[in-house]
Design a protein around this ligand. Structure first.
Ligand SMILES: *[C@@H]1O[C@H](CO)[C@@H](O)[C@H](O)[C@H]1NC(C)=O
Ligand SMILES: *[C@@H]1O[C@H](CO)[C@@H](O)[C@H](O)[C@H]1NC(C)=O
Length: 400
């Protein structure tokens, strides 16, 4: 130690320090490079090549769909050309898997970018869970970090990201929707990550074809309905680790439930559903995670009707199967929800695999399901639909 309190450093140690610093810099640069390179399309946006990117996308050769898959024959419904007096306000949750990075990017690029604010205000989040085996590797960790940094549009529900937990993700999605006052929006909407929606057309279609609907003061469910008979009771605690455990259920009368394509719940009923105590049953094993939504709506009405018969099933066999039961109502009063089953508006894309809910994409289609990423890009680029999104000049983003 010298007189002035400055350590004199021996040459070898000084070298060590330099080497250490150098190594740190190399690692830092490497991380930075990975950060930008882990997704090519984003890199282009970051470097301000966004506009070229968009043009390129529009010039992309379209997918050779036949007229049985897609056809914009007349008549073109008049509501498509009738603007809204007030924009529809939607809180949109897209159910996604933690590692579906490309899928999320395609949805940002095709469905979400440039939705006209004069028709629809969308606040959206991708809803993911926690990866089963941690973040897996360095690349995926980096991609997730970058996604949060650049977009901030991913909401993690604290459950493992496996099919058995999908119903908990759906419940978490609605919790997120209900995290703002229900007087501030019209609909909470949940959709699958393989669904393509035309939001301008969706808002105009609902508003003009169903003018009586009042989402802020009326319980409403909109989507494509299937039918089911099971009614659930919340018996599995949150945080339960056995993924095979499911809430108890009984059998009752048939009711409509919205298929996973997507569904819209009015802000009025969203708030009601999310503020019931104890919480509504939401430990329902895939593929009944969408059935769950319809079962709540049906339970809020049917549990109050003394003439309706409910009975136990083979699984909830204590008491034994087919014993009549009287389910405890979720609320002390009955709620009648208006259910809109929009068969022409919401459907699957035509495919070899018969789903029973397929349809031809046309003017009335507002949400189409089972779409692959290139199909989403091709649909957005279709001449007939182009005008439904505003040409967003992608801003040069700051390179950090
Ligand atoms: C990292 O993990 C993801 C998700 O499991 C996987 O798809 C990817 O191939 C892995 N990458 C490497 C380099 O191991
Ligand atoms: C929903 O609307 C009904 C009927 O207008 C009203 O009685 C109820 O209080 C509303 N619920 C919420 C949560 O605003």
């Amino acid at each position: 130690m010298s007189r002035f309190g400055v350590k004199s450093i021996s040459l070898p140690r000084l070298l060590n320090r330099r080497i250490l610093l150098f190594l740190c810099a190399v690692v830092f640069l490497y991380v930075l490079r990975l950060f930008y390179l882990s997704d090519g399309s984003e890199l282009q946006l970051q470097l301000g090549k966004g506009e070229e990117n968009v043009k390129e996308e529009e010039n992309r050769p379209s997918i050779p769909w036949g007229p049985e898959t897609i056809s914009f024959d007349p008549p073109r419904p008049a509501y498509l050309d009738t603007p809204l007096v007030e924009p529809m306000v939607i809180r949109l949750a897209i159910i996604s898997h933690v590692f579906e990075f490309e899928r999320r990017q395609v949805l940002r690029d095709t469905v979400l970018r440039g939705v006209p604010e004069s028709d629809v205000h969308i606040e959206y989040k991708f809803i993911i869970g926690n990866p089963k085996e941690g973040l897996g590797n360095w690349t995926t960790w980096l991609q997730r970090t970058k996604e949060d940094w650049v977009y901030g549009d991913v909401h993690t529900v604290p459950v493992t990201d496996i099919p058995e937990r999908l119903s908990e993700k759906r419940f978490g999605a609605l919790k997120w929707a209900d995290s703002v006052p229900h007087t501030e929006y019209d609909y909470s909407m949940t959709m699958d990550s393989d669904t393509f929606c035309r939001f301008q057309a969706l808002a105009r279609r609902i508003t003009h074809t169903q003018p009586k609907l009042a989402p802020r003061t009326q319980p409403i469910l909109i989507g494509r309905m299937g039918d089911h008979v099971t009614y659930f009771k919340n018996t599995v605690p949150d945080g339960n680790i056995n993924e095979k455990d499911e809430d108890d259920y009984v059998r009752g009368p048939w009711y409509p439930y919205p298929l996973g394509i997507g569904y819209m719940l009015s802000s009025n009923i969203t708030h009601t559903l999310m503020n019931i105590s104890p919480p509504l049953p939401h430990h329902v094993i895939y593929p009944s995670d969408d059935v769950m939504i319809g079962s709540w709506i049906a339970g809020l009405r049917n549990f109050h009707d003394p003439t309706i018969k409910f009975e136990t099933t083979e699984r909830s066999s204590n008491p034994p199967p087919l014993t009549p039961v009287k389910p405890t109502p979720y609320l002390p009063y009955r709620i009648d929800t208006e259910v809109v089953n929009d068969v022409n508006g919401w459907h699957d894309i035509k495919s070899a695999r018969e789903s029973g809910t397929e349809g031809r994409i046309g003017w009335e289609t507002v949400c189409v399901h089972r779409m692959k990423a290139p199909e989403m890009r091709a649909l957005r680029a279709r001449e007939e639909l182009k005008g439904e999104w505003e040409d967003v000049i992608v801003k040069k983003q700051q390179v950090y």
